[in-house]
Design a protein around this ligand. Structure first.
Ligand code: NAP
Length: 328
């Protein structure tokens, strides 16, 4: 059987998820692709960490080793930060590899450029996992809403913030206690700043903006407000009026510009995001023909994110290469 050679950049939560899911779902992958998917190399940063990786797999801290693998088909990227991820993926595309990324910080800034590079080299650039974790929102918009005029997108894009707000409302916890609970459950990072201050949701909103509107608003003009100042008293007062705080990322056309914000909003029971609870993410799309649809699911985590990356790869791999010029 034909082999699809894959390299994995990063072996943290997401990288391990991709590695394990490719093994556990090999039969399904072979059915779909009529080929065996094999992880042949893993790039990591810290060489002395103990890892559950087959001895046949090349483990390296040097990206050049990955580039030197003959006939490499695809690079799955799950490392952190803007650089060196952008450089690595640019080089992989240049070599003729498909690339699949989960890295929202990098993709919010360089996504358009990477897609352009992919088009030029006839390779697939998949970024489903960058936004809303396991929720297939990128594919829904790019493939199922091609004719609709999308007017607005509103979303809960950070599971940690949503979990904290839910805990505060349901259990009467203070912000600090709810944050500690999120950390105990493994939802929040040791440094949760990006989540609770709204930056994580901001990056995802900018990726959606590129996809939906073909452009991003001026980053400095986007109102970004976190949830850290919301008190349990605020939440309980809202509750008595049957309102809930939701941390909502919102973008819509305003004349010739785009208006975007990421901030806590009080919503009523008839709002599409009112019932999105805990670590769930959800995206509501307002469009000319369909009117309004909301898609929700797990916004992060090892296997939901791996699911997004693997499904993304399988869909992209099946597209005839000449068609990548049509990629959004
Ligand atoms: N966690 C989620 O649920 C989730 C969901 C959607 C998207 N994402 C995105 O997916 C990416 C990975 O997230 P994660 O949670 O898996 O992170 P993580 O657990 O911190 O793992 C990061 C991995 O990347 C490696 N790494 C970091 N910088 C590197 C570099 N410069 N060169 C080589 N390897 C490097 C680390 O190596 P060592 O193991 O040697 O330290 C580690 O294996 C991030 O961009 C994140 O935003 C995460």
């Amino acid at each position: 059987m034909t082999k699809i050679k894959a390299a994995l950049l990063g072996f943290g939560t997401v990288g391990q998820g991709v590695y394990e899911a490719i093994k556990s779902h090999q039969e399904k992958l072979q059915e779909r692709l009529v080929a065996e998917v094999e992880i042949v190399a893993v790039l990591i940063k810290e060489p002395y960490k103990k890892r559950e990786i087959d001895p046949s797999v090349l483990i390296t801290t040097n990206f050049e080793d990955i580039l030197n693998i003959p006939d490499l088909d695809v690079v799955f990227e799950a490392i952190v930060g803007e650089t060196p991820s952008f450089t690595y993926l640019s080089k992989a595309i240049e070599k003729g590899c498909h690339v699949i990324t989960a890295n929202k910080v990098m993709f919010a800034k360089y996504g358009k450029l990477l897609l352009e590079k992919g088009r030029k080299k006839n390779v697939y650039v998949g970024y489903e996992a960058t936004t809303a974790g396991g929720v297939p929102i990128i594919r829904t918009i790019s493939q199922q809403l091609q004719v609709n005029d999308i007017q607005r997108v509103q979303a809960v894009l950070n599971g940690t913030s949503n979990f904290i707000l839910t805990e505060m409302r349901e259990k009467g916890l203070s912000f600090q206690k709810a944050l500690e609970s999120a950390q105990l459950h493994g939802y929040a990072e040791a440094d949760p700043a990006n989540d609770i201050e709204g930056k994580d949701a901001f990056f995802k909103l900018m990726i959606l903006s590129d996809l939906v509107f073909g452009a991003q608003p001026d980053w400095d003009a986007v109102e970004v407000e976190g949830i850290q100042h919301i008190t349990v008293e605020d939440i309980q007062a809202a509750k008595t009026q049957h309102l809930r705080y939701k941390h909502i990322a919102d973008i819509y056309r305003y004349g010739r510009t785009l208006k975007a914000s990421v901030k806590p909003v009080l919503v009523a029971p008839d709002h599409a995001l009112y019932s999105i609870e805990g670590v769930e993410n959800a995206v509501t799309i307002y469009a000319s023909l369909v009117d309004k649809i909301t898609i929700s699911g797990p916004g992060a985590g090892k296997f939901p994110t791996a699911s997004a990356m693997i499904e993304d790869f399988v869909s992209g791999y099946q597209i005839p290469r000449y068609q990548f010029t049509l990629n959004i």
